[in-house]
Design a protein around this ligand. Structure first.
Ligand code: IDP
Ligand code: MG
Length: 141
């Protein structure tokens, strides 16, 4: 089934000039980019995006990291987008991620792990709507 998923190139990715490398991998894997923008989250908006993790021991560090620099959210579409994107990026901790995945190849730690990917089609829709209005999602260009 054609699905949508939200990716975020996190502040470590942008800061380390790896956005082009990760975008190339996303394009080569067959994802259509419906929307792309550059944003800087605040403690409030970053905390809102990751609200599901509020109360976890890593929450404060996560929010500080996500608001530490520019991010690039991407609205992506393809068959089986959610699972295929998570396969492309690998496990949360780069030490556990499979060889050839974005996180294994590029990420420095479990916290600073280069890229976000939605964990279900429903969350994909919710997370895309967090960053993009309907008219910013361009299907046929
Ligand atoms: P995911 O990004 O692979 O879906 P989640 O469990 O949803 O992983 O966690 C969201 C983000 O929170 C992770 O990508 C990572 O940046 C951070 N995080 C998760 N678990 C830890 C941890 O144990 N230590 C530090 N940061 C963590
Ligand atoms: Mg997650």
């Amino acid at each position: 089934m054609v699905e949508r998923t939200l990716a975020i190139l996190k502040p470590d990715c942008v800061r380390r000039n790896l956005a082009g490398e990760v975008l190339a991998r996303i394009e080569k894997a067959g994802f259509r980019i419906l929307g792309m923008k550059m944003v800087k989250l605040t403690a409030e908006t970053g905390g809102g995006f990751y609200a599901v993790h509020r109360g976890r021991p890593f929450f404060n560090d996560l929010v500080a990291f996500m608001s530490s620099g520019k991010c690039i959210p991407l609205a992506l579409e393809k068959e089986n987008a959610v699972a295929d994107f998570r396969s492309l990026i690998g496990a949360t901790d780069p030490k556990d991620a499979a060889p050839g995945t974005v996180r294994r190849d590029l990420a420095s730690s479990k916290g600073e792990n280069i890229v976000h990917g939605s964990d279900s089609p429903e969350n994909g829709r919710i997370e895309i709507a967090f960053f993009f209005s309907e008219r910013e999602l361009i299907q046929n260009a």
